[in-house]
Design a protein around this ligand. Structure first.
Ligand SMILES: [Zn+2]
Length: 319
């Protein structure tokens, strides 16, 4: 592979978006981060500004990773409960026209799986599942060294048909129990019902300002409610992962998002559920690991997919 190739990887998330200039060795040379705008026009304008800010020179290609169901062939987002501003927008053609370079689009969690395979916790594995806990729960499945070009909407796996309402409009999806947003929501519900927690004090008396990272920090400091909601999320996550293990028999399950800080509370719950529910031979050598790249997995994976596009290989194929 030509080491002189620089690619722009873009990770368009439900809350934040990031653009990075990445070389073909997987090094990030420059990055920009901003909040994801709510209107299509603002989104397109910011995308253009950020790509220009990270690279004064024309990149060799652009890779765009985005939340939701993606039509890679036509370069549009089909469904994205957490990113409605981008649905149906000509994002790919706009960027391709502006920079006169090839543009690849893919689901953000699939991109994160490619990123982890290329430069992170997935390096050692040819078969693994990545789950990203953020505004929603994204999923990517790597099989025989390649990310599968499937919907992989693992966060919308139903774990309780009569359960909590999900952002997709259905009930009882894994995402409604174990995403970072769900963890925050559960904690605020408990506090609005009168539960005491250090969260309120940490958020200047207004617990509605709580974030997942505040809850992760306070769990480490001994806050009972924070620990409880994290263990609860870990338990539901374990139920979902147990099914995924039975279906895909992966060597590893890698969990991304900001969850690394709360790993000691979430991991034992996941492990207990998976050990109990999954078929024993599938669990014997299974690794359950936090991601290594955290918030750069998406831009790295998007860049790698664009590199693969350039070298006329199928997206997600690893040399
Ligand atoms: Zn759902």
């Amino acid at each position: 592979m030509n080491n002189a190739l620089n690619i722009i990887g873009i990770d368009l998330g439900g809350t934040h978006m990031r653009a990075s200039l990445v070389n073909s060795a997987g090094e990030i040379l420059a990055s920009e981060k901003d909040k994801t705008p709510k209107t299509p026009d603002a989104l397109l304008a910011l995308l253009q500004n950020m790509t220009e800010a990270v690279s004064k020179e024309k990149p060799a290609a652009i890779g765009l990773a985005t939340a939701g169901l993606v039509d890679g062939k036509n370069g549009v987002i089909l469904v994205s409960p957490n990113m409605e501003a981008a649905v149906g927008q000509p994002i790919c053609s706009m960027l391709a026209e502006r920079f006169s370079v090839p543009v690849a689009i893919c689901n953000d969690a699939s991109a994160a799986a490619v990123g982890e395979k290329w430069m992170g916790a997935g390096r050692e594995f040819d078969n693994f599942i990545l789950l990203t806990l953020g505004t929603g729960i994204g999923g990517g499945v790597v099989h025989n060294g390649r990310v599968l070009d499937i919907a992989a909407e693992l966060g919308h796996m139903t774990i309780d048909l009569n359960g909590r309402r999900c952002s997709c409009g259905m009930y009882g999806c894994l995402e409604a129990y174990a995403s970072a947003s769900a963890i925050v929501q559960r904690a605020t519900q408990e506090m609005s019902a009168g539960r005491e927690s250090m969260i309120k004090e940490r958020c200047d008396g207004n617990f509605y300002k709580a974030t997942a990272s505040v809850i992760y920090d306070l769990a480490l400091e001994g806050d009972i409610l924070s620990r409880e909601v994290l263990k609860d999320a870990g338990s539901y996550l374990g139920i979902g992962i147990a099914s995924l293990v039975n279906i895909f028999s992966p060597q590893a399950v890698i969990i991304g998002g900001g969850v690394r800080g709360a790993w000691n509370f979430i991991y034992p719950e996941i492990k207990a559920r998976v050990s109990k529910i999954s078929f024993a031979p599938l669990v014997a050598d299974l690794k359950i690991l936090p991601s290594e790249l955290s918030d750069t997995a998406g831009v790295l994976g998007a860049a790698r997919i664009a590199l693969d596009l350039l070298s006329e290989r199928r997206a997600g194929e690893f040399a």
